[in-house]
Design a binder for this molecule. Structure first.
Ligand SMILES: [Zn+2]
Length: 342
């Protein structure tokens, strides 16, 4: 089947009351890990690429790898999503290239680190919604700013300075007509999120629940939601790595989020850790190896394991065949029938 609209995948997730992991990729091995995990667990898939990933893979390679994924795994509904588009132009180029979903992150200015105004965010996001929906492409927006910096995105602050205001979130959704909303509830990008295990209070889960109460039909997105498991950190450090102790977002808090409207969960760090640990292990144990396949195969397998586990924990496992894909044309007609209220 061709790449599908993220809106459809998230609508189905809402019906089934589960979450869908959105995993970042830069190369063939990462795409293969995710697709293999999806086949094993019978899961729908969201694969996302940041601006950095698009530059690294030169866009066309990424696109054709994704087409290969849909050919080799035809039974899996697969979304290609732009992570943190920094400007309407970045989103337009992604739509042009064949992404079926884009994130317009207007919470920050196009430099990807300066917090913007509410008015700027509404204007940029709405512009993208108009262009994207005309082609049946899904739009994720963000209100409030995340902490940390990854691929040039995030404020570099602690993640607490610009939490999402529930009232503003309601206004933002009404004014933009977006499909999914990224919220800031003290999560941050990168491996170093928390210096001890966070509780629901550290994570501002009450705020998430409040946002969901006021926007029950909006698909919420948790960014920076790797769990940064200790066993993966340990493998890296055991084989010569030097990670400092760190804590991510506990899976049980993500599951509480899923009970309260979270439909998309962004995970990147966990997969990076799995890949790096597996490669370090080969280098340490078999220093005579020099065939890239001898370390990329175990790396691919290690990432597949983490992804399959998350797919099961988020509840998307078993749902790949629940529905037939809706074409982007049909999605575009649906959007046209329900214009955004001015
Ligand atoms: Zn993010």
């Amino acid at each position: 089947m061709p790449l599908v609209s993220m809106r459809q995948v998230l609508d189905e997730a809402a019906k089934g009351k589960y979450g869908v992991g959105a995993f970042n990729v830069n190369n063939m091995e990462q795409i293969q890990s995710i697709m293999e995990a999806a086949r094993e667990t019978k899961s729908p898939v969201i694969i996302q690429a940041s601006r950095g990933a698009r530059a690294y893979s030169q866009d066309r390679f990424l696109y054709h790898l994704m087409i290969a994924a849909t050919e080799v795994y035809p039974e899996i509904p697969t979304v290609l999503h732009l992570d943190h588009g920094n400007s309407p132009e970045t989103c337009f180029s992604a739509i042009e290239m064949g992404f079926t979903s884009v994130m317009m992150d207007g919470s920050l200015m196009p430099d990807g680190k300066t917090p913007s105004t509410f008015e700027y965010n509404v204007e940029a996001t709405r512009k993208v919604v108009e262009a994207a929906h005309a082609k049946g492409v899904t739009v994720e927006g963000e209100i409030g700013c995340l902490g940390g910096i990854e691929d040039g995105h995030g404020t570099g602050l602690d993640g607490l300075s610009h939490l999402t205001d529930p009232g503003q979130a309601v206004e933002f959704v009404k004014a933009t007509g977006l499909d999914a909303l990224g919220i800031a509830i003290a999560t941050s990008h990168g491996a170093y999120k928390f210096s001890s295990k966070p509780t629901g209070e550290t994570l501002k889960m009450a705020r998430l629940i409040e946002i969901h109460k006021r926007l029950p039909d909006v698909h919420l997105v948790m960014h920076g939601s790797s769990s940064v498991p200790k066993d993966l950190q340990d493998i890296i450090n055991q084989y010569g790595g030097k990670l400092k102790p760190t804590w991510g977002v506990p899976v049980e808090e993500i599951q509480l989020g899923i009970k309260n409207g979270v439909r998309k969960i962004n995970v990147d760090t966990d997969n990076r850790l799995a890949i790096t640990g597996a490669i370090r292990k080969v280098f340490a144990e078999k220093p005579e190896e020099f065939d890239p396949r001898s370390y990329l195969k175990p790396a691919r397998e290690a990432m597949k394991k983490v992804v399959a586990l998350r797919m099961t924990q988020f509840g998307q496992a078993g749902h790949a065949n629940d529905y037939k894909p809706i074409s982007l044309e049909t999605m575009a007609n649906r959007y046209a029938a329900q214009p955004v209220a001015v």
